[in-house]
Design a protein around this ligand. Sequence first.
Ligand SMILES: Cc1cc2nc3c(=O)[nH]c(=O)nc-3n(C[C@H](O)[C@H](O)[C@H](O)COP(=O)(O)OP(=O)(O)OC[C@H]3O[C@@H](n4cnc5c(N)ncnc54)[C@H](O)[C@@H]3O)c2cc1C
Length: 316
Amino acid sequence: MTLPPTRRVIGPVARAGERPVGAARPRVSFEFFPPKTEKMEESLWEAITRLAPLDPAFVSVTYGAGGSTRERTHRTVKRILDETRLKPAAHLTCVGASRAEVDEVIHDYWNIGVRHIVALRGDPPSQGGIGGVYVPREDGYKNATELTAAVRGQGAFEVLVGVYPEKHPESPSLDHDIDVLKAKVDAGATLGISQFFFDIDAFLRFVDKARAAGITIPIVPGVMPVTNFNTLKTMSVACQTSVPSWLANLFEGLDQDPETRRLIACSVAAEMCAKLQEQGFNDFHFYTLNRADLVYAICRVLGVREIAPASSEAAA
Ligand SMILES: Cc1cc2nc3c(=O)[nH]c(=O)nc-3n(C[C@H](O)[C@H](O)[C@H](O)COP(=O)(O)OP(=O)(O)OC[C@H]3O[C@@H](n4cnc5c(N)ncnc54)[C@H](O)[C@@H]3O)c2cc1C
């Protein structure tokens, strides 16, 4: 059977790849975590070098649970500033530190030239994850709203904050989460980054709710290419992010087949981004886990190509 000449069958990925002339280039950003060992540092820098030419809006560096990576986060952020043209966004949490200590970290970041901070409450260190009972320090910032205000009080930072399309595990309702996001925006937050998710409808509903509440800052989907389904299951229990049965089916029987898992991870994430593009989203934040290859491929599918030299040395 041949199709009539006017009909074209084209899916979301091909449509994304077909970006019409003049269409805005998608804005991407990448999350890294601070490396623990020299070997991990090497792979982080391989990833940064590969992804930097894609000209991300910013690259973020996480802060270990309970503030455990304060020095390593700082060192990684500093090296990014010194050796690349990237804009680092330093994650910062309220956990286990006094207001004075946190203020000092903010002050140091400003002085070395950091202009983006991801302001987070963090999770209680003892429970080691989301969902435990969080007790703020007497002399510390209570939550991300207070931290956001503190960061903005010290300089004209861009303040990025976390959002949870499927509700924060501790929150009584999505409406409460929207109120919290509104409070963070009123305190000076300039952009929201979402928790990873697979339920696109839930993300779209969350954004609609935020817009209806008068929240106008960009809300950027956080995209996690999943290569290890078992790890994902554990993480999603802690984060209370739903894992659809179709995703489980795709990974079923592939425990010993990492290569196929990687191919599937790329295809799932690329399709998700392409569907979000169809809904008008053009900003994507990738949880890279310090690996470049999958995210690089997904960016190509989205139509993001190299436009800048990888580092200041490369530019020299
Ligand atoms: C994109 C992203 C990156 C992350 N990176 C890190 C990281 O690097 N390190 C890390 O340890 N964790 C990180 N997290 C996890 C985060 O620390 C946890 O999800 C934590 O449980 C909540 O942090 P938050 O900033 O969203 O908290 P908040 O926005 O402070 O919200 C937490 C709770 O505090 C209460 N609350 C907040 N503001 C108010 C207010 N104005 N009035 C009343 N109640 C309020 C609400 O009950 C709310 O449910 C990240 C999360 C995301 C989405």
